[in-house]
Ligand binder design. Structure first.
Ligand SMILES: [Zn+2]
Length: 143
């Protein structure tokens, strides 16, 4: 499917959605526009899986949930994106709740489990340490 066609379709769908939403909730989107600050009470950290969009599964309105999503709803201290979302949510938006939400059948979690390597057996580690001690690579500081 040509990229321009996809973009045109998505923009048309968005326009239709906004018109329908305005009929059901007159003035809501204008009140939540960029002119007014957002005031969500929840930071939601969830999976990128297209089957679990937080606003759909939680039946939330625009502006109610501040979101960070990635594969398998990870939160890592070396992830600048996740850290900036958390800092903004807590310090600026002053959210009341932080939810880390997993979901059934997460492909990201399953892939992590499938590709994880168990640590070597303890006796193998001890054998390596014994060799290192014999070779003088490990020494103890006994004062
Ligand atoms: Zn997932």
């Amino acid at each position: 499917m040509p990229q321009e066609f996809v973009l045109t379709c998505l923009l048309a769908i968005n326009k239709e959605w906004a018109a329908e939403f305005e009929k059901k909730h007159p003035g809501y989107l204008k009140a939540k526009s960029n002119k007014n600050p957002q005031t969500p009470h929840v930071l939601y950290i969830g999976c990128s899986d297209s089957r679990v969009p937080e606003s759909v599964v939680l039946n939330a309105m625009p502006g109610e949930i501040f979101v960070h999503r990635n594969i398998a709803n990870q939160f890592r201290l070396d992830d600048d994106s996740a850290l900036s979302v958390l800092a903004f949510a807590v310090e600026s938006l002053r959210v009341d709740h932080i939810i880390v939400a997993g979901h059934t059948g997460c492909g990201g979690v399953q892939t992590a489990l499938d590709t994880a390597h168990p640590p070597p057996p303890l006796h193998a580690q001890m054998d390596t340490m014994s060799v290192d001690i014999l070779r003088g690579k490990i020494s103890a500081d006994i004062g």
